[in-house]
Design a protein around this ligand. Sequence first.
Ligand code: COA
Ligand code: ZN
Length: 332
Amino acid sequence: MIDAATKRVFIQEVSVRDGFQIEKKFVPTEQKVELINGLSRTGLAKIEVTSFTSPKAIPALADAEAVMAAIDRVVGVEYAALVPNVRGAARALASQVDEMNLVMSASRTHNLANLRMTPEQSLEQFAEIVRVSGGQAAVNASLSTAFGCPFEGEVPDTRVFELVQRLADIGIDRVTLCDTTGMANPAQVHALCAAVKMRWPHVVFTAHFHDTRAMGLANALAALQAGIDRFDASLGGLGGCPFAPGASGNVCTEDLVHMFDAMGCATGVDLEVLLSWARRMPGIVEHDVPGQVMKAGPSSRRYPVPQGLGSGGEQQRLAAADPASTYHRGAG
Ligand code: COA
Ligand code: ZN
């Protein structure tokens, strides 16, 4: 077991990108901006603000430039955006993102379905982006379907290793391993994360899990135990790739922060403030959301003791009725 108390983890919010991209309702630009500005003041390390994809492919994020132009830039928060190709990179740089999150899939079929390119073509785009961007923004690469593909099934670890090396060769030293449709299990996550950490110690790895099969938090814990300290997560547990059949919500940000808090792991995030924003999410997307802590309250929540149970008189009455009870021994 890890020594959680010595750990600092970094929480990277993706609800406004991974979350909203799959919503039927177009969330108005002002509402996106208000939410991002609120989230910027919760202690999150990074916010993936939007994506510079084709507005035909992702109409929900067609307002990328307007959102980037309107948000506050809070010191200490990195503002990232998803980028699928050279055209998207030019748009992202014009909007002065702190980080371009280049996306490709470990599996060929999902790359074709999502981006209409082969993985090789994506790598060519990435090399060109790194060349033309000249360090104006940090570059992260997200590897979708790194733990399994909804079309092809198993994705061998060796395929992920090959791609991490190809990315490193291009000069990309930030890599996110994405479980796009919640196929990963904790044993697999631990093995893959430990292996990439060992092989590429200079690469900053992020884990990106979807809770499609209720393994999201378990997978996050397994990644933590393997030495990963950066986690993508989505407020309320929204999320999913529209081009991956069966995709559903990311690991829920406030549930993840709550778990790390409870373990004594430092997240830097103010859970109460985060929860106040999470509770707005159902109103914003106009449906219920999967997040659990927003409904149950944190584990520190206490309820009033049922009437009569709190008084000494009641304890005496119970003890008289049941001579074997602990009340005779004065146990509290
Ligand atoms: N931003 C805006 N428009 C873009 C663009 C970008 N980054 N890249 C391409 N386009 C436009 C082209 O200008 C063209 O417009 P037109 O029809 O008005 O002429 C149109 O999109 C098609 O261009 P093309 O290069 O042929 O792209 P494509 O149809 O092969 O689609 C992608 C490729 C990558 C642009 C598209 O598949 C995409 O945006 N995918 C994103 C998927 C995604 O975000 N998934 C969820 C995250 S995992
Ligand atoms: Zn995702």
